[in-house]
Write a protein that binds this ligand. Structure first.
Ligand code: S3P
Length: 179
């Protein structure tokens, strides 16, 4: 990693159900950082659930909202940013996040992801005749983007608390390298 990079925030990327929200909240607590969730912010600003944005305006409109929001994040400091699962597919978003944040990717296998999301209904991309196949396909297509994170963490055999500890450790390590 370039040593001239400014790391004042922490961004969590990864597939739906990887644990970005639950891990992000814990990490923010431990680092005494603010917590921000790109999906939550888009929903509160538009006053509409993501499922509705997708069905009425289409995915492209949602991706545009994501990109605009990512641009604003460069003004933040001491913030844990949990991102929507598709956000890093836009290379510009990753480039932008890396100008101010350590980017950590939470990883899990398609099987584990299915186990975690199968009883949830708020994700439009999983409203599919064969959601398990959809997960496998999307994850395979996205893997090269997720791999561009600064840190890749497998969440499979770890509890939320353990993953959060690892993330905090990586962040402190990176911060101390820059002192
Ligand atoms: C999406 C993931 C969702 C949300 C939207 C699209 C994706 O966020 O942004 O439904 O493309 O993977 P989570 O990863 O928080 O579920």
């Amino acid at each position: 990693m370039h040593s001239d990079r400014l790391i004042v925030n922490l961004a969590l990327i990864g597939f739906m159900g990887a644990g970005k929200t639950s891990v992000g909240r814990l990490v923010a607590e431990q680092l005494h950082f603010d917590y921000l969730d790109t999906d939550e912010l888009i929903q509160s600003r538009t006053g509409r659930p993501i499922v509705e944005i997708f069905s009425t305006d289409g995915e492209a409109a949602f991706r545009k909202m994501e990109q605009e929001l990512v641009g604003e994040l460069a003004a933040r400091t001491k913030t844990v940013i949990a991102t929507g699962g598709g956000l890093p597919m836009n290379p510009q978003n990753l480039v932008s996040l890396k100008t101010h944040a350590l980017v950590v990717c939470l990883w899990a296998s398609p099987e584990k992801i299915w186990e975690r999301v199968k009883n949830q209904t708020h994700r439009p991309l999983l409203h599919d005749a064969d959601p398990q196949k959809k997960i496998r396909e999307l994850l395979a297509a996205r893997e090269p983007f997720y791999r561009q994170a600064d840190v890749l963490l497998n969440t499979e055999l770890r509890s939320v608390r353990e993953v959060a500890q690892q993330v905090v450790h990586q962040f402190r390590l990176e911060a101390s390298r820059r002192r």
